[in-house]
Write a protein that binds this ligand. Structure first.
Ligand code: PLP
Length: 403
């Protein structure tokens, strides 16, 4: 078996159909969409308009509400900093959650250094916040609620429609980082009361370095202070010559994801369930992280007690996954998301995220089950921790050393 890719929440391969759609825009159709007086410009503009419609349709938005970005990091920054600066007269309080992606956490932390106040909601042990928690945190000076649609590490989905309705009622702008949810689960910005939504092409089988921010145009008309000035492209919210091939790829990827969602979400959820069933059948002392009801179809996060995730990953080097102690910095810190769910260092360190995708096959899942089970057995039988636990030593008293 050639290598198995189960890290689709980190990035996805470009779908060949997406690449085919992009290629002409590197070759003959190389125009600048801002060129108004010749065919090259018109062709590029037409392609951008089509892509805008393709993306808008997935979330029931209007095509004029789509702003092209370089991806979700930029989309999240544009939304959060843009609202904070534009509505500072109204208030300087924001609400978000501890287990957001860094692309939401870091701009919020930055705002804390600029005189803003942020309420950091604590999720429940499955990674969800309740409408009641959001309600309790709201104040007269709250200008923004930013909560991700689905979590990238554990796949948990917040009660987005209820939170959106609450925000509408209180006239507070609602942003959602939908990078992991877009194209995987149904999203309706109207029915869900979403005002701002970030998405990224490379998580949906499109190219890297391109994405979009949905910005609501009516009820209410959301205004943003731009991060990037110059030329007034994208309704003045994001200047710069548009990345035409990337945008065409984002549009094509969105359309394919939408068309295939009904069948793909069922197929992929089936493979995920097969994987969990297979692991549970052969291994004891494993647990599933996240929310089994409110979750993405493709994400399975598992803690294998007494085994370090990093070592486990090395035990099956031809399978690409992520571990709960991903080296985000120089140190091997356990994932702040898993810790945010209340997992101890031991469980966080022993977790693996399997994120399935469009090109995942049943054969690959069966191979992965076999390899993971083998590696866990091997490591547990070499592990002093496992031995200690078998002897009845309380491992919660063990202090983990950082590497
Ligand atoms: C990948 C990801 C991002 C960052 O997106 P980029 O387009 O790579 O900048 C933000 N939020 C979530 C939830 C993600 O999964």
């Amino acid at each position: 078996m050639k290598s198995v890719y189960l890290d689709n929440n980190a990035t996805t391969p470009v779908d060949p159909r997406v690449l085919d759609a992009m290629l002409p825009y590197f070759r003959e159709n190389f125009g600048n969409a801002a060129s108004r007086n010749h065919r090259y410009g018109w062709v590029a503009e037409e392609a951008v308009d089509k892509a805008r419609e393709q993306v808008a349709k997935v979330i029931n938005a209007g095509s004029k509400e789509i702003i092209w970005t370089s991806g979700s990091t930029e989309g999240n920054n544009t939304a959060i900093l843009g609202v904070a600066h534009m509505y500072a007269d109204k208030g300087k309080h924001l609400i978000t959650c501890r287990i957001e992606h860094k692309a939401v956490i870091d701009p919020c932390k930055f705002l804390e250094t600029q005189g803003y106040e942020v309420t950091w909601l604590e999720p429940d042990p499955t990674g969800r916040v309740s409408v009641e928690q959001v309600k309790q945190a709201m104040r007269d000076d709250t200008i923004l609620v930013s909560l991700m649609f689905a979590n990238n590490e554990v796949g948990t989905i917040h009660p987005i429609a209820e939170i959106g309705a609450l925000c509408k009622q209180r006239e507070i702008i609602f942003h959602t980082d939908a990078t992991q949810a877009f194209g995987k689960v149904p999203i309706d910005v109207e029915a869900m009361g979403i005002d701002l939504l970030s998405l990224s092409a490379h998580k949906i089988y499109g190219p890297k370095g391109v994405g979009a921010l949905y910005v609501r145009r009516k009820k209410p008309r959301v205004r943003l202070q731009p991060l990037i000035h110059g030329g007034g492209h994208e309704r003045g919210m994001r200047s710069g010559t548009l990345n035409i091939p990337g945008i065409v790829g984002c549009g094509a990827a969105a359309e394919i994801a939408m068309n295939e969602m009904p069948t793909e979400s069922v197929r992929i959820a089936g493979l995920r369930d097969r994987m969990w069933a297979g692991l549970s059948e052969h291994l004891t002392e494993i647990s599933r992280n996240g929310n089994p009801q409110h979750c993405l179809p493709n994400t399975l996060n598992v803690s294998f007690l007494y085994v370090e995730g990093e070592s486990l990953m090395m035990g099956f080097s031809d399978i690409a996954v992520s571990s709960g102690s991903a080296c985000t910095s120089a140190s091997l810190e356990p994932s702040y998301v898993l810790k945010g769910l209340g997992l101890g260092d031991d469980l966080a360190h022993s977790s693996i995220r399997f994120s399935l995708g469009r090109f995942t096959t049943e054969e690959e899942i069966d191979y992965t089950i076999k390899e993971v089970v083998k590696a866990v057995y091997h490591l547990r039988h070499m592990s002093p921790l496992y031995e200690m636990a078998q002897q009845g030593i309380d491992l919660s008293k063990v202090v983990w050393q950082h590497h």
